[in-house]
Design a protein around this ligand. Structure first.
Ligand code: SF4
Length: 446
């Protein structure tokens, strides 16, 4: 029986988090090692996306508990969402300051040389995954995901977390109707020794820019599937109906059946009502954008590909608009926003239709002249799109940019306040990546 611990905690109290992690290592009988590799969930971080990543205090509590547990050498590793420089997200999330204060080394996967390979024996999308060789060394692997309700996979926890381990150049391979299998490949390649799920604030309606909901939970286990199965159950899902968990269980990577999990729940946390935290329907996420979905790939609903990214992008634009409406900016930023036509008062939204898949239905007249087709498999009868975004899938950042452009909504990628640090981080990252590749043979031979 895999053990899963659940604790109620209503705020980010570092000492309480450290105590929970220390207790988890004892109850779960974790084997101490002098080194720990810690994987957070950091999709992106901006001033308007504060809930897209594991809370820094959850990491701080985990770092301290691991140090007391004997892991003097602690390495945080991550690669965030595509189109976001990892250095930028690392700084904006507060992780840079946190690692400095806690003496934790950061391994930026976006810059590192992936000089080792892990075989995936039962891999269905990936037969092997390249990683930086340091991650293959002996150490405790600790996953610290942020719990989110997710448009592509129902929930995002310890299993989905591993998308961030996959090298950027391979990230979109199989990221469509086979996403659930791709995630399980990564879990098979790199399973954790300890999982600490940050469910103190639940993220809803999009992994890249979620709405926060105070859930007040911490969850721990040795097993990623068991931890996620309990998390799913507690937020009102049937874990056996979540594809990536079911596939992982079928591959023998952990139990999804709650009767095979020993739940240690001293606070008697009760599960939510079924559907209580379910993702909202795409057509309720943005008043200016209407979504039309046709058949995709023999009737498989491609949630893991363009469809999930459409839901994320549409929500993102609406969230950004509402956030900017209430923001006070200084004169210089206001002037730059004005020059780019990005002040809320300059917004001129118009109706936009978005089509995914082979759509055979009618499209109302008001949308016919302003349509965006998304994905290689998309077509619709008797209409011509303004633009057809090609790709399989078309990733979220590209969709968001084009939807903003064609719907006349404020564009988060033209945000002048985030822009300068974003560009700086982008250039630094390009330089460091090239430098690491050039100097890698020298360092390896040392
Ligand atoms: S192009 Fe079609 S099959 Fe490919 S990810 Fe998009 S919706 Fe899925």
């Amino acid at each position: 029986m895999e053990k899963v611990l659940v604790k109620r905690l209503d705020g980010y109290d570092t000492d309480a988090i450290q105590g929970f992690v220390s207790n988890a290592t004892k109850v779960l009988d974790t084997r101490p090692k002098p080194r720990a590799f810690i994987k957070p969930n950091l999709v992106q971080a901006t001033r308007y996306a504060e809930h897209a990543y594991t809370h820094p205090e959850v990491l701080r509590g985990t770092f301290r508990a691991l140090r007391r547990f004997g892991a003097a050498d602690r390495v945080l590793f991550e690669d965030c969402g595509l189109m976001v420089p990892m250095r930028y997200a690392y700084r904006k999330s507060g992780y840079a300051r946190l690692c400095h204060e806690e003496g934790v080394h950061f391994l930026n996967l976006s810059e590192a040389v992936h000089d080792a390979t892990i075989k995936v024996q039962h891999g269905q999308i990936h037969e092997e995954l390249p990683i930086p060789s340091i991650l293959a060394k002996d150490g405790i692997r600790v996953f610290v995901p942020k719990l989110k309700i997710h448009a592509q996979t129902d929930i995002s926890g310890a299993v989905k977390l591993l998308i961030g381990l996959i090298k950027r150049s391979l990230r979109l391979e199989g990221h469509h109707y086979d996403l659930d299998r791709k995630i399980v490949d990564a879990l098979e390649a790199y399973p954790p020794d300890l999982v600490i799920i940050d469910g103190i604030t639940l993220g809803r309606n999009g992994a890249g820019c979620p709405d926060p909901y105070p859930l007040g939970l911490l969850i721990a286990s040795h097993n990623a599937v068991a931890a996620d199965a309990v998390a799913a159950h507690l937020v009102g899902f049937d874990p056996a109906k979540i594809d990536h968990l079911r596939f992982a269980a079928e591959r023998g990577l952990g139990p999804v059946d709650l009767t095979k999990i020993e739940l240690i729940n001293p606070d008697r946390v009760q599960p939510a009502r079924p559907g209580q935290y379910k993702e909202r329907k795409i057509n309720g996420l943005n008043p200016h954008i209407r979504y039309f979905e046709g058949d995709v790939h023999d009737g498989k609903r491609c949630r893991g590909g363009c469809i999930g990214f459409v839901a994320e992008s549409i929500h993102y634009l609406n969230h950004y608009h509402n956030w900017r409406k209430n923001e006070k900016v200084n004169f210089a930023a206001g002037a730059l926003f004005w020059l780019l036509g990005q002040l809320p008062s300059q917004e001129r939204p118009r109706k936009l239709g978005v089509v995914v898949g082979d759509y055979k239905g009618d499209i109302p007249d008001e949308y016919r002249s302003n349509l965006v087709f998304v994905g290689d498999c998309t077509s619709a009868k008797d209409v011509k799109p303004r633009v057809h975004l090609k790709g399989c899938p078309v990733y979220m950042a590209r969709q968001t940019f084009e939807f903003a452009r064609h719907s006349g909504q404020l564009n988060p990628y033209l945000d002048v306040i985030e822009g300068l640090p974003f560009i700086r981080a982008f250039l630094e990252e390009k330089f460091m990546k090239a430098w690491n590749i050039l100097t890698h043979p020298l360092r390896r031979n040392r």
